[in-house]
Design a protein around this ligand. Structure first.
Ligand code: FPP
Length: 226
């Protein structure tokens, strides 16, 4: 048994608790979390069997957080994308955001578009940040787009109209909770689910490597017998 996880998706949870445990503001945890985004992305880019990494950075429900935290996350995201463009290019990493980007400020949308365009020729890892993303919202937007183009509904046509048409092989959630929180619902139909108590700011490529090792030992049957 030697299955490679071609598409890894991660629910990055625990930033706030990590910061608060050290007597710091929750935003400090997001800042540290963004460094872990870079290190995990770089690790995946160096492993050619991993084609795609999708990270849950901001959900359709995260707007309910205090205004100050939402504004901080928006600024952090913009800062991250600008600062890390060289990391994308040096690592041959193609940035493909998923989610409904229309709710973001013009300035943030412009930065997202710039990094997407600047990295579209990259042939290595595809890194997706899920931004204003919800799995249900993604399916609704796909259905609306099918209706608008008068396309027949089928498994294939819905999949093709999603933000991400690629199945998730390995879905990881940090931070100790055991739920999907509206993340990649369609794409995770046959994903292997791994949960760790590690808070996202303390998640390392060593732990990811151990999870991948366990994943490779799992017999995946996709509803069949073997
Ligand atoms: C969950 O932690 C994390 C988020 C809601 C946002 C994820 C954001 C990052 C990892 C940093 C920003 C990312 C980029 C790419 C710049 P939480 O706040 O729910 O933690 P808690 O469960 O401990 O409260």
């Amino acid at each position: 048994m030697n299955n490679h996880p071609s598409h890894i998706a991660i629910i990055m949870d625990g930033n706030g608790r990590w910061a608060q445990a050290q007597g710091k503001n929750r935003t400090y945890g997001h800042e540290k979390g963004s460094e872990v985004v870079r290190s995990i992305t770089t690790y995946c880019a160096k492993h050619p069997e991993i084609d795609r990494l999708t990270l849950y950075a901001f959900s359709t429900e995260n707007w309910k957080r205090p205004k100050m935290e939402v504004e901080f996350l928006m600024k952090l995201l913009q800062k991250y994308l600008k600062k890390e463009l060289p990391t994308y290019l040096e690592g041959n990493i193609c940035f493909q955001p998923v989610g409904d980007l229309t709710s973001f400020s013009d300035s943030l949308q412009k930065t997202i578009e710039e990094v997407k365009t600047a990295t579209q020729h990259c042939t290595g890892l595809i890194q997706s940040l899920a931004l204003n993303y919800g799995g249900r919202d993604e399916v609704v937007r796909a259905a609306a787009s099918l209706q608008a183009s008068n396309t027949i509904i089928s498994l294939e046509s819905i999949t093709a109209h999603l933000d991400c048409a690629t199945d998730v092989d390995l879905l990881i959630r940090t931070g100790g909770d055991h739920r999907l929180s509206n993340f990649m619902l369609w794409q995770s139909a046959y994903a292997e689910l791994f949960f760790t108590n590690t808070l996202w700011p303390e998640f390392t490529s060593d732990e990811l490597e151990k999870i991948i090792h366990k994943f490779k030992k799992v017999e995946r049957r996709f509803g069949g017998l073997h």
